[in-house]
Ligand binder design. Structure first.
Ligand code: FAD
Length: 200
Protein backbone atom coordinates (compact mmCIF):
# COMPACT_ATOMS: atom_id res chain seq x y z
CA UNK A 1 0.00 0.00 0.00
CA UNK A 2 1.42 3.39 -1.03
CA UNK A 3 0.72 6.48 1.07
CA UNK A 4 0.59 8.50 -2.12
CA UNK A 5 0.80 7.80 -5.83
CA UNK A 6 1.28 10.72 -8.22
CA UNK A 7 -0.14 10.08 -11.67
CA UNK A 8 1.60 11.87 -14.54
CA UNK A 9 5.25 12.70 -15.20
CA UNK A 10 4.80 16.21 -16.62
CA UNK A 11 5.38 19.63 -15.06
CA UNK A 12 2.95 19.31 -12.15
CA UNK A 13 3.50 15.61 -11.44
CA UNK A 14 7.30 15.79 -11.41
CA UNK A 15 7.32 18.97 -9.29
CA UNK A 16 5.04 17.27 -6.79
CA UNK A 17 7.21 14.13 -6.80
CA UNK A 18 10.44 16.09 -6.24
CA UNK A 19 9.10 17.89 -3.18
CA UNK A 20 7.53 14.78 -1.67
CA UNK A 21 10.77 12.91 -2.43
CA UNK A 22 12.77 15.60 -0.65
CA UNK A 23 10.75 15.00 2.54
CA UNK A 24 10.87 11.22 2.72
CA UNK A 25 13.82 11.18 5.14
CA UNK A 26 12.19 13.62 7.56
CA UNK A 27 10.95 12.13 10.85
CA UNK A 28 7.31 12.95 10.08
CA UNK A 29 7.54 10.95 6.83
CA UNK A 30 9.11 7.87 8.39
CA UNK A 31 7.72 4.72 6.76
CA UNK A 32 5.76 6.71 4.16
CA UNK A 33 5.74 5.10 0.73
CA UNK A 34 5.39 7.41 -2.25
CA UNK A 35 5.49 6.76 -5.98
CA UNK A 36 5.01 8.46 -9.31
CA UNK A 37 3.73 6.98 -12.53
CA UNK A 38 6.10 8.79 -14.85
CA UNK A 39 4.20 8.53 -18.09
CA UNK A 40 5.58 11.40 -20.24
CA UNK A 41 4.57 10.55 -23.79
CA UNK A 42 1.65 12.99 -23.93
CA UNK A 43 3.13 15.78 -21.80
CA UNK A 44 2.71 19.26 -23.27
CA UNK A 45 6.38 19.68 -22.43
CA UNK A 46 7.25 17.36 -25.34
CA UNK A 47 6.68 20.18 -27.85
CA UNK A 48 7.42 23.25 -25.72
CA UNK A 49 10.37 25.64 -25.96
CA UNK A 50 10.92 27.98 -23.04
CA UNK A 51 12.08 31.58 -23.14
CA UNK A 52 9.85 33.05 -20.44
CA UNK A 53 10.51 30.98 -17.34
CA UNK A 54 12.55 32.34 -14.43
CA UNK A 55 15.66 30.22 -13.88
CA UNK A 56 15.46 28.31 -17.17
CA UNK A 57 18.04 29.24 -19.80
CA UNK A 58 16.15 30.76 -22.77
CA UNK A 59 15.77 28.12 -25.47
CA UNK A 60 15.37 25.24 -23.00
CA UNK A 61 13.38 22.40 -24.53
CA UNK A 62 10.51 20.80 -22.64
CA UNK A 63 11.61 17.35 -23.78
CA UNK A 64 14.95 17.93 -22.02
CA UNK A 65 13.16 19.03 -18.82
CA UNK A 66 11.26 15.72 -18.84
CA UNK A 67 14.48 13.68 -19.00
CA UNK A 68 16.35 15.88 -16.49
CA UNK A 69 13.41 15.68 -14.07
CA UNK A 70 13.47 11.88 -14.01
CA UNK A 71 17.26 11.87 -13.50
CA UNK A 72 17.02 14.47 -10.70
CA UNK A 73 14.40 12.38 -8.92
CA UNK A 74 16.39 9.15 -9.31
CA UNK A 75 19.68 10.65 -8.15
CA UNK A 76 18.46 12.82 -5.28
CA UNK A 77 15.40 11.02 -3.98
CA UNK A 78 15.61 7.31 -4.89
CA UNK A 79 13.28 6.51 -1.96
CA UNK A 80 10.39 7.70 -4.14
CA UNK A 81 9.36 4.87 -6.46
CA UNK A 82 9.33 5.74 -10.15
CA UNK A 83 6.96 3.56 -12.14
CA UNK A 84 7.93 3.68 -15.81
CA UNK A 85 6.29 2.51 -19.01
CA UNK A 86 2.80 2.30 -17.54
CA UNK A 87 -0.31 4.29 -18.23
CA UNK A 88 -3.22 4.58 -15.82
CA UNK A 89 -6.47 3.18 -17.20
CA UNK A 90 -8.73 3.19 -14.16
CA UNK A 91 -8.95 4.44 -10.59
CA UNK A 92 -11.28 2.67 -8.17
CA UNK A 93 -12.28 4.67 -5.12
CA UNK A 94 -12.84 2.42 -2.08
CA UNK A 95 -13.34 5.46 0.19
CA UNK A 96 -10.51 4.61 2.60
CA UNK A 97 -8.03 3.90 -0.24
CA UNK A 98 -7.73 3.88 -4.03
CA UNK A 99 -6.79 1.21 -6.52
CA UNK A 100 -4.80 2.54 -9.46
CA UNK A 101 -4.99 0.19 -12.43
CA UNK A 102 -2.48 0.61 -15.23
CA UNK A 103 -2.14 -1.19 -18.55
CA UNK A 104 0.24 -3.60 -16.76
CA UNK A 105 -0.39 -3.71 -13.01
CA UNK A 106 -2.56 -2.51 -10.12
CA UNK A 107 -1.45 -0.50 -7.09
CA UNK A 108 -3.23 0.56 -3.91
CA UNK A 109 -2.70 3.92 -2.26
CA UNK A 110 -4.17 5.92 0.61
CA UNK A 111 -3.97 9.13 -1.44
CA UNK A 112 -3.52 9.98 -5.09
CA UNK A 113 -2.53 13.05 -7.07
CA UNK A 114 -3.87 13.22 -10.62
CA UNK A 115 -1.65 15.41 -12.81
CA UNK A 116 -2.42 14.19 -16.30
CA UNK A 117 -3.03 17.51 -18.07
CA UNK A 118 -6.18 19.24 -19.34
CA UNK A 119 -6.58 17.46 -22.68
CA UNK A 120 -10.00 16.09 -23.60
CA UNK A 121 -10.84 13.19 -23.73
CA UNK A 122 -9.82 12.23 -20.23
CA UNK A 123 -9.07 8.54 -20.55
CA UNK A 124 -8.89 7.36 -16.92
CA UNK A 125 -12.03 5.46 -15.97
CA UNK A 126 -13.55 6.07 -12.56
CA UNK A 127 -13.20 9.83 -12.20
CA UNK A 128 -15.89 10.86 -14.70
CA UNK A 129 -18.17 12.32 -12.04
CA UNK A 130 -15.50 14.90 -11.11
CA UNK A 131 -14.91 16.11 -14.70
CA UNK A 132 -16.07 19.63 -15.68
CA UNK A 133 -15.16 22.05 -18.48
CA UNK A 134 -11.92 23.91 -17.81
CA UNK A 135 -12.49 27.21 -16.00
CA UNK A 136 -9.50 29.07 -17.47
CA UNK A 137 -9.13 28.01 -21.09
CA UNK A 138 -10.83 29.11 -24.31
CA UNK A 139 -14.16 27.33 -24.75
CA UNK A 140 -13.33 26.28 -28.31
CA UNK A 141 -10.23 24.42 -27.08
CA UNK A 142 -12.53 22.02 -25.21
CA UNK A 143 -10.19 21.57 -22.23
CA UNK A 144 -11.28 19.77 -19.06
CA UNK A 145 -10.46 19.79 -15.35
CA UNK A 146 -11.42 17.91 -12.21
CA UNK A 147 -13.70 19.90 -9.94
CA UNK A 148 -11.73 20.78 -6.84
CA UNK A 149 -11.33 23.19 -3.97
CA UNK A 150 -7.69 24.19 -3.49
CA UNK A 151 -6.57 21.05 -5.40
CA UNK A 152 -8.70 18.71 -3.32
CA UNK A 153 -11.33 16.78 -5.30
CA UNK A 154 -12.37 14.82 -2.21
CA UNK A 155 -10.47 13.65 0.85
CA UNK A 156 -7.16 12.09 -0.27
CA UNK A 157 -7.86 12.70 -3.96
CA UNK A 158 -5.79 15.63 -5.24
CA UNK A 159 -5.51 17.17 -8.70
CA UNK A 160 -2.55 19.27 -9.87
CA UNK A 161 -1.46 21.34 -12.86
CA UNK A 162 -3.63 22.26 -15.82
CA UNK A 163 -6.11 19.50 -14.87
CA UNK A 164 -6.77 21.44 -11.65
CA UNK A 165 -8.18 24.32 -13.69
CA UNK A 166 -5.10 26.55 -13.87
CA UNK A 167 -3.98 28.31 -17.06
CA UNK A 168 -1.40 26.42 -19.02
CA UNK A 169 1.95 27.99 -18.14
CA UNK A 170 4.89 25.91 -17.02
CA UNK A 171 5.53 27.85 -13.80
CA UNK A 172 1.87 27.65 -12.82
CA UNK A 173 1.79 23.87 -13.35
CA UNK A 174 5.01 23.40 -11.34
CA UNK A 175 3.66 25.63 -8.58
CA UNK A 176 0.41 23.70 -8.46
CA UNK A 177 2.27 20.38 -8.11
CA UNK A 178 4.48 21.91 -5.42
CA UNK A 179 1.44 23.20 -3.52
CA UNK A 180 -0.17 19.75 -3.53
CA UNK A 181 3.08 18.19 -2.30
CA UNK A 182 3.21 20.55 0.68
CA UNK A 183 -0.49 19.94 1.39
CA UNK A 184 0.22 16.20 1.60
CA UNK A 185 3.32 16.76 3.76
CA UNK A 186 1.24 18.96 6.05
CA UNK A 187 -1.27 16.12 6.48
CA UNK A 188 1.57 13.66 7.19
CA UNK A 189 2.95 16.15 9.74
CA UNK A 190 -0.30 16.14 11.76
CA UNK A 191 -1.59 19.39 10.27
CA UNK A 192 1.53 21.44 10.99
CA UNK A 193 2.22 23.61 7.92
CA UNK A 194 5.17 21.97 6.21
CA UNK A 195 7.62 22.91 3.47
CA UNK A 196 11.06 21.56 2.59
CA UNK A 197 13.89 24.09 2.22
CA UNK A 198 17.59 23.37 1.79
CA UNK A 199 20.12 25.95 2.91
CA UNK A 200 23.63 26.62 1.66
C1 FAD B 1 3.76 23.78 -27.89
C2 FAD B 1 3.72 24.26 -26.47
C3 FAD B 1 4.51 25.33 -26.08
C4 FAD B 1 4.47 25.81 -24.77
N1 FAD B 1 5.25 26.87 -24.43
C5 FAD B 1 5.21 27.36 -23.17
C6 FAD B 1 5.99 28.49 -22.81
O1 FAD B 1 6.71 29.06 -23.66
N2 FAD B 1 5.92 28.93 -21.53
C7 FAD B 1 5.15 28.33 -20.58
O2 FAD B 1 5.16 28.75 -19.43
N3 FAD B 1 4.39 27.26 -20.91
C8 FAD B 1 4.39 26.77 -22.17
N4 FAD B 1 3.63 25.68 -22.50
C9 FAD B 1 2.72 25.11 -21.48
C10 FAD B 1 3.31 24.04 -20.56
O3 FAD B 1 3.98 23.05 -21.32
C11 FAD B 1 2.16 23.43 -19.75
O4 FAD B 1 1.52 24.47 -19.02
C12 FAD B 1 2.57 22.33 -18.77
O5 FAD B 1 3.23 21.30 -19.45
C13 FAD B 1 1.33 21.79 -18.07
O6 FAD B 1 1.74 20.88 -17.11
P1 FAD B 1 0.79 19.69 -16.60
O7 FAD B 1 1.59 18.94 -15.58
O8 FAD B 1 -0.52 20.21 -16.24
O9 FAD B 1 0.56 18.77 -17.89
P2 FAD B 1 1.64 17.96 -18.75
O10 FAD B 1 3.00 18.57 -18.66
O11 FAD B 1 1.03 17.80 -20.09
O12 FAD B 1 1.74 16.57 -17.98
C14 FAD B 1 0.71 15.62 -17.97
C15 FAD B 1 1.38 14.26 -17.81
O13 FAD B 1 0.42 13.24 -17.58
C16 FAD B 1 0.79 12.09 -18.34
N5 FAD B 1 -0.42 11.30 -18.56
C17 FAD B 1 -1.48 11.57 -19.36
N6 FAD B 1 -2.39 10.58 -19.30
C18 FAD B 1 -1.89 9.67 -18.42
C19 FAD B 1 -2.38 8.42 -17.92
N7 FAD B 1 -3.54 7.91 -18.32
N8 FAD B 1 -1.61 7.75 -17.02
C20 FAD B 1 -0.43 8.26 -16.59
N9 FAD B 1 0.06 9.44 -17.04
C21 FAD B 1 -0.66 10.13 -17.93
C22 FAD B 1 1.37 12.68 -19.63
O14 FAD B 1 2.18 11.76 -20.35
C23 FAD B 1 2.16 13.85 -19.07
O15 FAD B 1 3.48 13.50 -18.71
C24 FAD B 1 3.65 25.18 -23.80
C25 FAD B 1 2.86 24.08 -24.19
C26 FAD B 1 2.88 23.63 -25.51
C27 FAD B 1 2.02 22.47 -25.90
Amino acid sequence: MFDVIIIGGGAAGMSCALIIGSALKKPFAENKKAGVIVHQKTSHLQKALFNNVLGLTPGTLGEDILEIGKKQLTELYPELTQIENEKVCEIIDYDSYFEVITNKKAYTSKAIVVATGYTNPFTIKGLEKHLVPHQMAKLEKDRIQLKNVLHLVKPNLYVAGSLAGWRSQYAIACGSGAQVATDILTVWNNGEHTKVHDKK
